[in-house]
Design a protein around this ligand. Structure first.
Ligand SMILES: C[S@@+](CC[C@H](N)C(=O)[O-])C[C@H]1O[C@@H](n2cnc3c(N)ncnc32)[C@H](O)[C@@H]1O
Length: 277
C-alpha cells in the first residue's frame, strides 16, 4: 500500500485531539479537482498566524484550505474566521485543531526601511524579533509550516518569491522557510524590467511596478496598489503595505496541498534543491 492509498484525517475531523496524519485504507483523499479532503469531506485547516488583513490567508484559501486568522490587533477586513490573540499563545493552546501553519511575524525589526535607524547612536529597536520563538514552537508541534518574512530577516531562504514571477505589478521579494515538508515544483525567478512608478523630484514617472510600502505618498493610488497586489477587499494602505500578494501563497498552498495528498512521501522520495533568487 502506498501513502496515496490512504485517506487523510484532518484536524477538522479530530478537533482538539492529537492528529494522526493518515487514517484507514480508503479511496478518499482528494476531490475531483484534486484538492485534498478528509474522509469526512472536510478541507485541511490552516492557521494563519500574524494574519493582518489576510493577504497570505487569501492565497491559502484559494488553494483549498480552511483558513483561520490570528492577530494581536482587531482585523475587521480579514475575510475568514478570525481570532484576536497573541499568535504564540493561541498556537500553543490550539495547535491540535489545525493541520498546517503559516506565520508572518512582524518584520519591522528586519526591513531595509528601518535599517538606517538601527545604526543611529542611541536608537533602540523596540521591535521584538518573533521569528525564533515562532520557529521553535512550530518545530515542537511537528506539523508542516511556512514562515514568511522580508529580505534581511533571519527566516531561512528555502523559497524566495517575487511579484514578477506571478505577473504582478510589484517586485516585493519575500523569503519563505518550510518546516516538516518540501515543495516539488520550483518556480524560476523572472528578471525585472522597467522602473518603479512614482513621484521623484516633483515629477510622476510611469513604470510597470508599484512600491507598496509606507503611507503611499507619491507611490500610486490605493486602486493602483490594490491592482498591483491583487488585493481588492481592503482599501487600507497600511494593510496593503503589510500584506504579501495572495499569488505567493496560492502557489505555496498548492504545493502544500500536493504534499498532503502524497502523505508526505516526497520527503523521502525527492531530494529538492530549492533555489534562491
Ligand atoms: C507583516 S503583518 C502580516 C501580513 C499578512 N501575512 C498578510 O499577508 O496580510 C504582521 C502582523 O502581525 C501582527 N502582530 C504583531 N505582533 C503580534 C503578536 N504577538 N501576535 C499576533 N499578531 C501580532 C501585527 O498586528 C500585524 O498585523
Amino acid at each position: 500500500m502506498t501513502a496515496t492509498d490512504l485517506a487523510i484525517t484532518f484536524a477538522s475531523d479530530t478537533r482538539g485531539e492529537a492528529l494522526p496524519r493518515q487514517a484507514s485504507p480508503d479511496t478518499e483523499g482528494s476531490t475531483a479537482d484534486g484538492d485534498a479532503v478528509s474522509s469526512s469531506g472536510e478541507k485541511p485547516r490552516l492557521l494563519d498566524l500574524f494574519c493582518c488583513a489576510g493577504g497570505a490567508g487569501k492565497g491559502y484559501h484559494d488553494a483549498g484550505f480552511d483558513v483561520v486568522g490570528i492577530d494581536i490587533n482587531e482585523q475587521p477586513n480579514y475575510p475568514y474566521d478570525f481570532h484576536q490573540s497573541d499568535a504564540l499563545a493561541y498556537l500553543e493552546k490550539h495547535a491540535g485543531e489545525f493541520d498546517v501553519f503559516h506565520a508572518s511575524p512582524p518584520c519591522q525589526a528586519h526591513t531595509a526601511l528601518t535599517k538606517g535607524n538601527r545604526r543611529r547612536p542611541g536608537w533602540t529597536d523596540e521591535h521584538v524579533d518573533l521569528i525564533p520563538a515562532t520557529r521553535d514552537l512550530l518545530d515542537e508541534i511537528g506539523k508542516p509550516y511556512i514562515i514568511e518574512n522580508v529580505q534581511g530577516s533571519t527566516v531561512r531562504r528555502d523559497v524566495t518569491l517575487c511579484g514578477v514571477m506571478f505577473g504582478l505589478q510589484v517586485i516585493r521579494h519575500r523569503y519563505f522557510e518550510l518546516g516538516n515538508w518540501q515543495i516539488t515544483e520550483k518556480k524560476q525567478h523572472v528578471k525585472h524590467s522597467g522602473r518603479v512608478a512614482g513621484m521623484r523630484h516633483g515629477k510622476w514617472y510611469d513604470g510597470p511596478y508599484f512600491a507598496v510600502y509606507g503611507d503611499g505618498g507619491g507611490k500610486g493610488s490605493v486602486e493602483q496598489w490594490q491592482e498591483a497586489m491583487e488585493i481588492h477587499w481592503t482599501k487600507d494602505r497600511r494593510e496593503l503595505a503589510e500584506a504579501i500578494p495572495p499569488a505567493y501563497t496560492r502557489y505555496l498552498g498548492g504545493q502544500l496541498m500536493n504534499w498532503l495528498k502524497s502523505g508526505g512521501s516526497q520527503l523521502t522520495s525527492t531530494q529538492m534543491t530549492l533555489q534562491d533568487v
